[in-house]
Design a binder for this molecule. Structure first.
Ligand code: HEM
Length: 352
């Protein structure tokens, strides 16, 4: 289980992930205060046992010192969906923007494609040079809160995104500050996640069977979500709600759930380390497959899952149509320890 073989290409996981992959048990102690789980039934039970706490959320964790109201969360996801679907109807930016270090090149490219319609200072919210620095982010947040632009009657501005419309249309300062945080988190989660998924797929596809894989990119992406799921670990703080589910879990324990380990376990999958998109060919609803949870289980299922695979497929199509290839390394790439699991490589456009 230590390394993934994908026919011609392989990955080297960060030591911590390698150690986790080497565990034989499906419920194991990681340290004195943390239990790891990769058992499919127990994972489903844990996810269902209690709702995710607001502090455990990523996009919808509290912002500006207050919880995100449910209606504002649903407005955000609707706006994100509208913007993503409208964005990919626009012609893609020049593909040379995808050359360079992945997954970052993919993230920047997607941001440009989907969110470049917003005027300053809003467009700075999702700019990578800004999002990498907390100090710059705070400065831009303040600028946008003060100068959000003026809304037309739909809360939008000509050419601007619906997400930016939520900032301009906010009723008071708290709502505006939260809309700014939502804009940043939603665009980042979408672009980072989709770039990680598309990059992992580019790596796993390899050059040998490319024509065959190109014929069914949806299957390629589901198989990528199995072997290299960007959301590879889910975390729950405190074990009180889970002690009845397994004797190893004590009230004071945190619990880490590992889709990555479950997706590679021979008890659940045949040839688990083989990249075989064809295993998804006749599967009507991949998310109903047992022992597969790239977007979570019932109880905390991802709100954006309907956007992620189509966007990744569109990004991959543009990349392959324009002859974007992995330039280096050729055989073995690193997967560092990050909250999103992504293969690191350099890409080039052939003939450019
Ligand atoms: C490749 C991109 C993404 C992947 C792989 C992904 C994966 C996941 C997973 C595994 C969960 C379950 C988490 C848990 O049980 O702890 C989840 C939940 C969730 N995701 Fe996503 N996600 C992605 C993008 C997004 C985006 C762009 C948004 C919204 C802007 C989003 C919003 C949510 C929400 C609201 C939840 C429910 C948990 C909560 O209430 O906070 N996700 N996602």
């Amino acid at each position: 289980m230590a390394t993934a073989t994908a026919r011609s290409r392989s990955v080297v996981f960060a030591p911590t992930i390698r150690d986790l992959l080497a565990r034989d048990e499906k419920v194991f102690r990681i340290d004195p205060g943390k239990v790891g789980v990769s058992d499919s039934r127990l994972m489903a039970e844990i996810v269902a046992a209690r709702p995710v706490l607001s502090t455990e959320r990523s996009v919808y964790k509290p912002a500006a010192g207050a919880e995100i109201p449910h209606d504002s969360a649903t407005r955000t996801i609707r706006a994100l969906g509208q913007d993503a679907m409208a964005g990919i109807r626009n012609p893609p930016p020049p593909v040379r923007g995808m050359a360079g270090s992945w997954p970052y090149a993919g993230t920047s490219y997607l941001r440009r494609w989907l969110f470049s319609a917003d005027p300053l200072p809003v467009s700075l919210l999702s700019k990578r040079g800004v999002t990498r620095s907390d100090a710059l982010s705070r400065l831009v947040d303040r600028a946008v809160t003060r100068w959000p632009g003026s809304p037309d009657q739909d809360g939008r501005q000509d050419g601007g995104t619906a997400l930016a419309g939520l900032i301009r249309g906010a009723d008071d300062t708290l709502e505006r500050k939260q809309a700014v945080a939502m804009y940043r988190r939603a665009t980042a989660t979408l672009c980072d996640g989709v770039a990680a998924l598309a990059g992992n797929a580019l790596w796993l596809m390899g050059p040998q069977r490319l024509p065959e894989h190109r014929a069914d990119l949806t299957a390629v992406l589901w198989e990528t979500l199995r072997l290299l799921p960007p959301a590879w670990m889910l975390y729950r703080n405190g074990g009180t709600a889970y002690t009845a589910l397994h004797p190893e879990i004590r009230p004071e324990d945190d619990v880490a759930l590992f889709p990555l380990l479950m997706h590679r376990h021979p008890d659940y999958w045949s040839d688990p380390l083989e990249f075989r998109p064809e295993r998804w060919e006749d599967v009507a609803d991949p998310e109903k497959e047992p022992a597969f949870m790239p977007f979570g289980f019932d109880g905390a299922r991802c709100w954006a899952k309907h956007l992620v695979v189509p966007l990744a497929e569109r990004l991959l199509t543009v990349a392959l149509d324009n002859r974007l290839v992995v330039h280096s390394p050729q055989q073995e790439a690193q997967v560092p320890l990050r909250s999103l699991l992504s293969v690191r490589f350099e890409a080039r456009v052939l003939g450019a």
